[in-house]
Design a protein around this ligand. Sequence first.
Ligand SMILES: [Zn+2]
Length: 342
Amino acid sequence: MTRHFTLPAAETRLRKLARQRILMMDGAMGTMIQALGMGEADYAGQGCGCGHHSDQPQKGNNDLLNLTQPQAIEEIHFDFAMAGADIVETNTFSSTSIAQADYGLEGAVHDLNAEGARIARRACDRATAIDGRERFVAGALGPTNRTASLSPDVNDPGFRAVSFDDLRIAYGQQIRGLIGGGVDLILIETIFDTLNAKAAIFAAFEVFGETGTPLPLMISGTITDASGRTLSGQTPTAFWHSVMHARPLTVGLNCALGASAMRPHLAELAGVADTLTCAYPNAGLPNEFGAYDEGPEDTADQIADFAREGLVNVVGGCCGTTPDHIRAIADAVVDHPPRTLP
Ligand SMILES: [Zn+2]
């Protein structure tokens, strides 16, 4: 007997909206959190009752704030939603047992994801109650801090710090938490190693098999050098061929380079991918202090060029982008039609 999956409800609604206009993602969570200047006590949240504490320092563990400072995270999501985001990303970029091992918080992974999803949902619902626009919560999966296809040891090129199965299991646990918290989509982002992304895709389909409810996937790679390849050495076209089996709702690029440097790689992807394209660059390249100083209008002008050239269906911002950037980008693309699929 053949099993027929119907398209998930969120996918049907998103595809319909995407035929009408360019959709908006939100901006960066990490740099917004940095701007709050929180210290160790704020991160670790002594006495918050969340039940997940370790002896290791937690400052910089941004995802832990889902449990220790949920109000602060909700306000950032809310500000992005009100700035025009249709799709809001959960604050769960590093919420795998692999990434949380650095902080001794592997045991917190389910709660980090489930709460991350609930917080984003609450922020979106508040925004929708104000302006009536529907918003979608995308459960964010980062690449982890280990790569399955390259050796971190120059003297031992065959060594791998993590296996496909380690990643598959860790991503599966993360995705179950995100779905438990009510996400509409799964976003696999900042992919520099396609093998890591394939483990995430595999895990997503495993979990969809368990729940019986597939969610739309968004897949976003990152170009890490001027030659236009991902860190694991793929061109945008090769990257698309590696992930197209997942039939993602969107494929695209985020982070790393600013918008102008991303343009030729995005154009290549837009020429080959028979699905929606998505681009959310950083606010330029980081300066010598690691900060991003490209202003909202500047980023918006470059993304407006993507729209004018018919390269994009979904746009937003990565590192260094604020609600003002998202508002400016939304204004800049509003009069341009969405890309038509090849
Ligand atoms: Zn980024």
